[in-house]
Design a protein around this ligand. Sequence first.
Ligand code: ADP
Ligand code: ZN
Length: 745
Amino acid sequence: MRRYADIIIDISHEAVDRVFQYAVPWELISDIDIGDEVIVPFGRGDTERKGYVTGFSDETSYDESKIKEIIGKSDTISINKRFIKLAFWIKTNFGGTMIQALKTVLPVKEKIKAQEKKTVIFKASMDDVEAIRAKYVKSRSSAKLRLFNELIEEKALPFEIVRDKLHISSVTLKSLEKDGVIEIISEQEYRQVAQYASAKDIGFELNEYQLSAIEAVAGDFEKGISNTYLLYGVTGSGKTEVYIECIRRVVASGKQAIMLIPEIALTYQTVKRFRRVFGDRVTILHSKLSKGEKYDQYLRVTRGEVDVVIGPRSALFVPFERLGLIVIDEEHESSYKSDKLPAFHAREVAEYIAKDSGASLLLGSATPSVTSFYRARRGEIKLISLPERAGAGELAEVELTDLREELKKGNRTPFGAVLKRRIEDALAANEQVMLFINRRGFESSISCRSCGEVITCPHCDVALTLHGRSKLICHYCGFEIGYTKKCPACGAEHLAGFKMGTEKLVELTEKTFPGARVLRMDTDTVRRKDGHEEILEKFALHEADILVGTQMIVKGHDFANVTVMGIMLADMSLNDADYMAAERTFELLTQAAGRAGRADKKGYVVIQTYRPDHYSIVNAMKQDYDAFFGEEIAYREMLGFPPAYHMLGILVTSEKEAYADALALNIADHIKREFASEDRRVKVIGPGTSIISKINDVFRRVVYVRHTEHRNLVEIKDEMEAVLEKKGLPSHARIMFDFDPVRTL
Ligand code: ADP
Ligand code: ZN
């Protein structure tokens, strides 16, 4: 039997699509590994080229006699090996193809022209100034004179100023150059990113909790111990200072660090604080940078000019050679889970990368994910706490409004009496207000306005969602009932969905508070590259009184003048049709409570809800994470949801509805037959309809499989991939895997 290796010749994003099969000579068989650099004959002339091994197989679909052999293995240990191994690990653990995985981890290597910086320099001798001036006056060359006079003063000017401010044409410049009056020099320079001013010196001493947190992480590291840590610190407890100090010490010992933030919107304030300590040796990487900007940052990294990279989950794949620490701020955020294939979770990938490079991983949050806290409880990761606020600011006072009562009193506006009064007071005192509304376009759960009850699945205990006008469906198991306006719990005819967007809320806010300046921040308004920063900057400068927005306003922003935070409808996240609904609600409310009142002014958070008794709301009010965790983990354990169980979501899509139905059913049956019959811990749920049953005329069906062990689910995924590959899917159908999904598929 022969063994074949899949080889990519050029390790770049674009070349990854071309994988070549080579035979492995027998003497190399036990010696060659995924990620290894090998020498192969390539092309018609069989020129020797470097290639990288991305996979192995025992079969080939090509003509056996035409397959070439690998010439040898090179001994260089390159960063590429690490990335190819990483891609392989991601593919294995999260599903998808090797090509998708490679595209995820490899930087764009496309050559991009270096950016030029041009300067116009005064070259004439000072002795000739009068003569030259006389000449230009005589020939009435006003443009030449303009630049000439300017340059006598300045000696050198940036090209952009000359062109755009002095309005000198290129013809004029050429002529001046010919006259020997000026010279234009050009230098290559990096496209600059993150050139924000650095924050001021902190001007305070770290407190004892911060110091011992730093000692736990950086102290371990200096002793040669790398580990995973969970820094659980209430909002405003000074976690960022802990990150900075840990990174400073890791960098001081000659290593590099990655700082992950959940959203690009938070880059600005984070970078400012980091520049104070790391100056130009910190940079950012994210998808909104231009290709050229990105390329230049990679260049700086590979040249060793950068110690710290800040960015969202993709920043994990920066090619650091001496990685010492990865920090994941707000580790509970769902944005750390990739919404593209492979559906990896940055937390898990970071842990793999950290182990692979001997680095430590520091997770931080005021509201740790149930998953991380569960692991900390089991001793798998080290728990560190910051139990107190660090700065002067007090926690905001949290007030609860029962919207059922408001309804009874005949109030049909989105503003309960308490919130309305708090906003009026703030406006009168020239303070600012944030109004948060959770808008998830397509989800529509149904609840009762009289009693607050949500219609849930009897099998899965998650909210059912409305499909069309008359059907309520469970997106895990497919359970289905008819929808009427009558509440099954209290009998009132008050069942309805929630549908209000930010735009509508802005309109109603302006109507309710005439004269207030209202600003909106949601995915629509921040689409432009600097959209986030512009809106935040405006609000920070008090050019608006009220900021209305979605999730993105709740997270991490620090506005000294904001004293009221209104959660318009807490139920919106609570009624999400998945097992993480309560966790997300608790997080949002707790984070929101941390926003208002951060400076010297007293802050108020007003939570409006139809379900004031729900444990996520009650415990968020009390800022009691432990109590919340206790209830939540009991629910997860009882119903078999992560982290108590692992869950594999299989999404089946097809343009043909009948095909999607049949395939989903086949997959569920196959898993039941092959796995569940032998291992009782395998639980197959579904098939069901996806939360979006159809996108662009493609039908979506889901099957969920649960097991306590992740590796058993990987086995099931492998088997399904193999079966489907053998069977061959028609071009209109696709299968996607999602481990421990954080959103309903
Ligand atoms: P977190 O990241 O936990 O929300 P931050 O690091 O943003 O907290 O700190 C919150 C505020 O407290 C910031 O304004 C910060 O400058 C301030 N701060 C942090 N540590 C201290 C300290 N030891 N003494 C006084 N103020 C502090
Ligand atoms: Zn169900």
